[in-house]
Design a protein around this ligand. Structure first.
Ligand SMILES: Nc1ncnc2c1ncn2[C@@H]1O[C@H](COP(=O)(O)OP(=O)(O)OP(=O)(O)O)[C@@H](O)[C@H]1O
Length: 294
């Protein structure tokens, strides 16, 4: 019999996870899995459970939660030899990972992947000692994230970040940044540096149309100082997926890079405060197996 583990964060999103627990159990039983269910109670529980699952050579790891929970699990899986297939049931408010990998956003539909999902190998980014599957950013949006309250987040979802980010843009917080890649070094004045693995940003898919989750590259955007008018134009470009065509944007497509800022800046890694500059980034191509739709 195949072995599975279900990890549930009962506090994620609208807290409806228990409704889906039984559905997952039924589907796993029907598909010849022997399984266990573990509920998280606090930060790092999901990470610990996922590490144990690797040690026990589990075949399938079902994770029900938001991006925070998924991020913990991914950080547990990436360094292990025996990595189970990851199956995500999105229960968060933003669900960037599910959007990026084309996992249905309706939990009932996502659960069906146990039966009819296909396996996709996806890239993972490494930044200093941390791993990420979506986006690292330094500057306005990174700082905005810390000012968004839980209440704003549950009311406005990803829009809350965008609004706080725009406020920061208006404050014109510019910093000097050096981007080094393969022996080349570029120095720029920036308001925001984005390093994307996927095409999804703040819950919108196709915003970074250059990026494919399995192309083996980072897509790096350095957004230079903008006037208010340019800021609006840039947002429009961003919404149409053509950010790199904006004059105030420098774009790099690379497998590894180092980002150094004049003063230490905190980088936001997949939605959470992550690590401080300098950032050393490298891509692990097609490193994780994830269940997605046909
Ligand atoms: N039982 C629990 N009660 C409260 N917090 C928990 C519990 N279990 C885990 N956590 C914490 O909740 C954090 C965030 O959860 P998660 O990202 O899955 O949901 P979310 O915040 O609703 O989703 P999103 O990030 O999309 O808004 C986890 O990183 C963990 O620290």
């Amino acid at each position: 019999m195949k072995k599975a583990l279900i990890i549930i964060n009962p506090s994620s999103g609208t807290e409806e996870s228990m409704k889906y627990k039984e559905m997952a159990e039924d589907l796993l039983t029907k598909n010849d899995y022997q399984f266990e269910v573990l509920l998280t109670e606090k930060e790092n529980d999901a990470k610990r459970y996922a590490e144990d699952a690797c040690a026990e050579e589990i075949d399938l790891l079902v994770v029900m939660g938001g991006d925070g929970t998924i991020n913990e699990v991914i950080n547990a899986l990436v360094t292990r030899e025996n990595r189970p297939v990851l199956h995500v049931v999105p229960l968060g408010t933003v669900n960037n990972f599910a959007r990026a990998v084309d996992i249905p956003l309706r939990p009932q539909a996502a659960l069906q992947l146990i039966e009819n999902g296909v396996m996709k190998n996806v890239d993972v980014g490494k930044v200093n000692q941390q791993y990420f599957v979506n986006l690292v950013n330094v500057g306005a949006i990174a700082e905005a994230t810390y000012h968004v309250t839980t209440e704003q987040k549950s009311k406005l979802g990803s829009l809350a970040y965008l609004l706080e980010g725009l406020k920061k843009f208006r404050e014109k917080d510019v910093f000097r940044v050096a981007i080094e890649t393969g022996g080349d070094k570029v120095e720029l004045e920036a308001m925001l540096v984005l390093v994307a693995v996927t095409d999804t940003f703040a819950s919108w898919k196709n915003l970074i149309k250059e990026a494919e989750i399995d192309d083996g590259y980072f897509h790096v955007f350095v957004i230079k100082q903008l006037t208010n008018f340019e800021g609006v134009a840039m947002l429009t470009k961003l919404m149409s997926g053509s950010l790199k065509e904006q004059e105030q944007v420098e774009y790099f497509k690379v497998k590894e890079l180092t980002i150094t800022t004049e003063e230490t800046k905190i980088a936001n890694v997949d939605g959470d405060e992550g690590t401080a500059t300098p950032l050393h980034l490298s891509i692990l191509p097609k490193h994780l197996r994830v269940l997605t739709q046909n």
